[in-house]
Design a protein around this ligand. Structure first.
Ligand SMILES: [Fe+2]
Length: 266
């Protein structure tokens, strides 16, 4: 398996590594959450120190970032906490600067290797100010009232997605479920207790391959999290939390592919 099952880790427990080895500037510190051993695609939290500078450059494949705290300037555009920026592969990213330092969640579709001064003249898409985006009710059937989404990125061919998920305080999700796609989550704030795997708080993370049984959930204070999938998300409900991925896979092998109900136009 290119990326194994991780459930649950905390960002602060992960070792600091330097992205200097893949072409980034000195002082490009990160904590790795997970990485694909075949493609080098990585999910990580960047800890960029005050007076940080990174030269302009491109990635070969698309990446995305969300500013958790502080300010990051990319090519003269300032991104504050809650800003989401898509970094398409092959498109030049201007110089990165952070005068006061910042913390950033980042996920790449391929190697985070930075190629300086290479790339088409194409401009980066505008960043999203997620704080001012409207919440939508989940278009994916299943969750009880109290769970809302802000879609950030959806691949309409594969259904792969990244979205913010918000849930209200005292939210009870009484089901055991599995999905036929990868489910990956990083908690920005709040709490959630996962019946099969423990408590999550700000900075907690999991990477769950397809067909893994999980649930039920409860949140005391509510939650804001970044979730990603590698395909269209659908919810399969089961009674037994100890059902193996192999059993779940066998049960759903004759089902039609999950419809992609999520778009950035919802
Ligand atoms: Fe789930």
């Amino acid at each position: 398996m290119a990326r194994g099952h991780i459930e649950i880790i905390h960002t602060n427990d992960q070792a600091i590594f330097d992205l200097e080895s893949v072409g980034w500037s000195y002082d490009s510190h990160a904590r790795k959450l997970s990485q694909d051993s075949e493609t080098d695609a990585i999910s990580m939290v960047l800890n960029l120190p005050p007076t940080y500078r990174r030269w302009a450059g491109t990635f070969e494949q698309t990446a995305e970032l969300y500013v958790l705290s502080g300010y990051l300037m990319i090519g003269g555009v300032t991104l504050g906490a809650g800003a989401y920026q898509l970094l398409p592969g092959g498109v030049m990213q201007g110089e990165w600067r952070s005068d006061e330092g910042c913390t950033v969640w980042m996920k790449t579709d391929g190697s985070p290797r930075l190629h300086p001064s290479v790339g088409a003249g194409e401009k980066l898409p505008d960043a999203l100010d997620t704080a001012t985006m409207d919440w939508i009710f989940s278009p994916i059937p299943g969750p009880p009232c109290g769970l809302l989404l802000k879609p950030l990125r959806v691949d309409m061919e594969t259904g792969a997605s990244t979205f913010l998920s918000g849930i209200v305080p005292q939210y009870h999700y009484p089901f055991i479920e599995y999905h036929r796609c990868v489910e990956e989550a990083f908690l920005i704030r709040g709490d959630i207790r996962l019946g099969t795997s423990g408590n999550m708080e700000a900075g907690s993370y999991f990477y769950r391959p397809p067909y893994v049984s999980h649930g039920p959930f409860y949140s005391h204070t509510g939650m804001l999290g970044l979730l990603s999938t590698d395909g269209a998300l659908d919810n399969h409900y089961i009674e037994d939390p100890f059902r193996t991925p192999e059993q779940n896979r066998a049960d759903s092998q004759h089902e039609a592919p999950a419809p992609n109900l999520l778009t950035t136009e919802n």
